[in-house]
Design a protein around this ligand. Structure first.
Ligand code: ADP
Ligand code: ZN
Length: 717
């Protein structure tokens, strides 16, 4: 029989069936692999296992108690592997992140009150007994935490026989959502949008809908109606968010709507909770999962709807290991499982937009902000005319707007997508630029941490006092602004304002959630933020957004630079004026006549999208054409170059695809590995996976070289 193992081998492995149990495809099993024992999944027989001598086969050791991997899950896994040109085992590895969940749940002992009073009573013991109950059993650690005592105090009461042991069900069950709990009254436009989505859920068939609504139009309220419909029909729901949007604020909204918190799945979820979630997803008892892209690979029992919020976000693209786009794979999952997929965005990706405007997806629009709120006024600040003095980043008009807003008790967001103090440190005497020793990249000064840091590999170094090249002192200068440097200027110009910086290296995880919460509560007057603030947050008091450098993203030069910049600026501007007070956004730019800035100012997204689409169409680029990248990396430059030359000679001959490269990647060195890229460009209907497989077949890759396949690339670095 065939067993798929969670490794990058070419296919499934053959094993003998154990004597005592009959196995079927999907069963999770333990098998020997060399000297080790590993987890695998019984796979459909592909029929080509005949070459292995039966006498050499080893037997499956045991079957796990977990519900077998469903047929849909296995087809999905196989589909992802084919599409991304990855070994199925590598995809299986993404599905097996919680091996503990496969075995029977381990029993846990709880304690309840019931025995005689202890001979010696202390205030601490009394507190524990106050917390303990004669009906419910609690774990020792829980009782200790509730009573604010050490676990020793609780154990003392156990030894004294006052607390009685009892086997606990190991995992708390998931609460059922109350579908009527926090229902809001929808506007006419929202009602009709919700109706459309509910009908899709009721149809129990595959469909994709784009919920296209301006920021603050109530997209979340609307898609939660579809979620309610799916849960009412007994189906599970997955809401995918870019990880950064998984804030307490969002989770609380779900809780407010359904009376219970959603089930979370992302990198910060603790191991034991992961196990609980995995089991609940597999047995169907976890109703609403809110997660980052990896939540797509959980073993759903009965999935009936996937919502992808902020569908345009590049964070849905996984860039290492199996390189996939969670939005695209979610749509595949809906198609294999015959259920609807809802994509929500105020600034859809061009791929999705084209599908919606050509009728392939249903296009559901929300045109107005909810309630009294209007969209913010967007004003360009032409930096060619009002260039601030050297070392300063706030132009006079932006400075004046901040002053006005603060006088008006409004909150200000200054957006600058650059972490640290300054992106470059330069020697004024010899022109030396401080670079990372392992990457082809400048080191970024982080003055708060007193370090220079590489944003590609994490390399850190102290900030030198003299130039490493010419040895002169007092000659190093910081070039350009990062959020920390901008903060210096803001503190100087607005000394009385309460200031906070929201940047991923200053706040993370839980404290990020708290920081976002504090901003929403109005505890800060001025917020300086990187991309972190752009996504989905609702800050009711925020009335002014200042974009410090509206041109940053445009200098990237990749095919989506203008699209991305438009999306980010629109989202950032959309943080302003979401409640009663009107909002405005000032965008500092040296290119006020660029089509995207003009479109932002005019509020004419569709014109800009139309313009972008025709540019792409003329260049046969996505969404009108297909791309795939090969990124070949190696620690030894000579070996790498030999290999890529061999690869270049093996390009399959066809008039339907064009291969560019080999060429050094824009980031030609990361973590000491040299990087060379190929780009395949073809028509929309070309079988690019078949082409890549033919190209890479039978090529022996030297041990120091790795080949990564990126179908539909988003990063060209
Ligand atoms: P979007 O996701 O489109 O940006 P949200 O769903 O976050 O918009 O809605 C913006 C704000 O308006 C939220 O605070 C939301 O609770 C509120 N809101 C939207 N629609 C309604 C409604 N029908 N009734 C009450 N509040 C609403
Ligand atoms: Zn580096």
């Amino acid at each position: 029989m065939q067993v798929l193992l969670p490794y990058g081998f070419a296919g499934a492995y053959s094993y003998l069936e154990p004597e005592d149990v009959a196995l079927a495809p999907g069963d999770y099993v333990r098998v020997p692999l060399g000297p080790r024992q590993v987890i695998g999944v019984v796979w459909e027989d592909s029929g080509d296992a005949g070459e292995v001598e039966v006498s050499k086969l080893r037997a499956v050791i045991e079957r796990y108690a977990a519900p077998p991997m469903r047929d849909l899950h296995r087809r999905f896994l196989q589909w992802v592997a084919n599409y991304t040109v990855s070994p199925p085992g590598a995809v299986l590895r993404m599905c097996l992140r919680v091996p503990e969940a496969l075995g029977p749940p381990r029993t846990v002992t709880g304690y309840r009150r019931g025995g005689p009073q202890p001979q010696r009573m202390t205030p601490q013991r009394a507190r524990v007994l106050d917390c303990a109950d004669d009906r419910l059993a609690w774990q020792v650690s829980e009782l200790a935490e509730m009573a604010g005592v050490s676990t020793g105090v609780v154990k003392g009461l156990v030894d004294a026989g006052t607390l009685l042991p009892e086997a606990l069900p190991p995992f708390a069950p998931f609460a059922r959502p109350d579908l009527a709990a926090g229902r809001v009254t929808l506007s006419k436009e929202q009602t009709s949008a919700a109706q459309t989505l509910r009908a899709k859920v009721a149809a129990r068939a595959f469909s994709v809908a784009l919920l296209d609504g301006v920021t603050g139009s109530g997209k979340t309220e609307v898609y939660l109606e579809a979620v309610a419909a799916a849960v009412a029909a007994g189906r599970q729901v997955l809401i995918l968010l870019p990880e950064i949007a998984l804030t307490a604020q969002f989770l609380q909204r779900i809780e407010a709507r359904f009376g219970v918190p959603p089930v979370e799945w992302h990198s910060a979820v603790r191991p034991r909770e992961r196990e609980r979630v995995w089991r609940g997803v597999a047995d169907g008892s976890a109703p609403i999962v809110v997660g980052a892209r990896s939540a797509l690979f959980l073993p759903y029992d009965n999935l009936g709807l996937i919502v992808i919020d902020e569908e345009h976000e590049p964070a849905f693209k996984q860039e290492d290991g199996v390189i996939y786009h969670a939005r695209d794979m979610a749509i595949v999952c809906g198609s294999l499982g015959s259920f609807p997929v809802v994509l929500a965005s105020a600034t859809p990706s061009l791929e999705t937009y084209l599908n919606a405007t050509t009728g392939r997806y249903e296009h559901v629009r929300l045109t107005a902000r909810h309630g009294a709120a209007d969209l913010p006024e967007i004003v360009p600040v032409d930096m060619r005319a009002v260039h601030p003095p050297a070392g300063s980043w706030l132009s006079e008009p932006l400075h004046a707007a901040v002053t006005e807003t603060l006088d008006d008790k409004g909150q200000v967001l200054l957006y600058l997508n650059r972490r640290g103090y300054a992106p470059l440190t330069l020697c004024r005497t010899c022109g030396f630029r401080i670079e990372c020793p392992d990457c082809e990249a400048w080191l970024v000064e982080h003055r708060f941490r007193r370090q220079l840091m590489c944003h590609h590999c994490g390399h850190v170094a102290p900030i030198p006092t003299e130039c490493p090249a010419c040895g002169n002192e007092d000659t190093l200068v910081a070039c350009g602004p990062g959020v920390e440097r901008l903060a210096d200027e803001v503190r100087e110009k607005f000394p009385d304002a309460r200031l906070t910086i929201l940047s991923s290296d200053l706040v993370r995880g839980q404290s990020l959630r708290e920081a976002v919460h504090d901003i929403a509560q109005g505890k800060h007057d001025i917020v300086i933020g990187t991309q972190l603030v752009a996504k989905g947050h609702h800050f009711p008091g925020l009335t002014l957004v200042g974009v410090v450098d509206g041109d940053i993203g445009l200098n990237n030069g990749d095919l989506r630079a203008a699209e991305r910049t438009y999306q980010v600026l629109c989202q950032v501007a959309g943080r302003a004026g979401r409640a009663e007070k009107a909002g405005r956004a000032l965008i500092q730019t040296y290119r006020p006549d660029h089509a995207l800035i003009e479109a932002l100012v005019a509020g004419d997204r569709d014109r800009f999208y139309g313009h972008e689409l025709s540019t792409r169409e003329n260049a046969h680029l996505p969404p009108y054409g297909r791309l795939a990248s090969l990124i070949v990396t190696g620690s030894k430059q000579g070996v790498l170059q030999d290999f890529t030359r061999r690869l270049a000679r093996k390009v399959p001959q066809t008039a339907l695809a064009k291969v560019f490269g080999p060429a050094p990647a824009p980031l030609a060195l990361i973590r000491g590995r040299h990087r060379i890229r190929f780009l395949v460009k073809a028509g929309r209907d070309f079988n690019i996976q078949g082409f890549l497989r033919a190209w890479l077949a039978d090529i022996d890759v030297p041990a120091s070289v790795r080949v990564n396949v990126d179908v539909d690339p988003y990063s060209f670095m």
